[in-house]
Design a binder for this molecule. Structure first.
Ligand SMILES: [Zn+2]
Length: 158
């Protein structure tokens, strides 16, 4: 009995930081119940229910390790620490995703504002929002929730 994962054969190419190449992966489509079994309540609230962690409370807003930030839900590589910068907002901030094809966007009109939500391309996890007041070269600010991310040291690669 496998009712937690719905039948889904769709594959998409995502960038894989370990190999430095794209690889085809299956889109993940899991029920809330399935996600709740593998996430903490805070991770579930943020990634699957589009929550936001309070500023300066997440484990990565002030973190300076050298490595890759993956999706906490599905392990897709999302951000490289080389694009992380101190936005002083209390949320981990990056000026670009690790590869354009690894994230997707959606217009978010909650809170009476038109914001651009950023989601994991593979599993649809809510990651945060992107704003257009970031540093060069992109002038974008990917304002992420620590709870949506899992840091992997670059030394752990290869
Ligand atoms: Zn994901």
């Amino acid at each position: 009995m496998n009712t937690k994962v719905t039948e889904q054969k769709k594959t998409i190419p995502v960038y894989d930081a370990r190999s430095g190449m794209n690889r085809d992966v299956e889109v993940i489509n899991r029920t809330d119940e399935g996600w709740q079994e593998m996430l903490t309540p805070e991770q579930f609230r943020i990634t699957r229910k589009k929550g936001t962690e309070p500023p300066f409370t997440g484990k990565y807003h002030d973190y300076k390790g050298d490595g890759i930030y993956e999706c906490v839900c599905c392990g897709t590589d999302l951000f490289d620490s080389k694009t992380k910068f101190d936005s002083k907002t209390g949320w981990p901030s990056f000026w670009a995703p690790i590869a354009p094809q690894n994230v997707t966007y959606r217009v978010d009109t909650s809170l009476f504002m038109a914001r651009t939500e950023v989601l994991c391309i593979r599993c649809g996890a809510h990651l945060g929002h992107v704003f257009y007041d970031g540093p060069p070269p992109t002038h974008r600010r990917y304002c992420m929730n620590s709870a949506s991310l899992l840091f992997v040291p670059r030394a752990g690669f290869d």
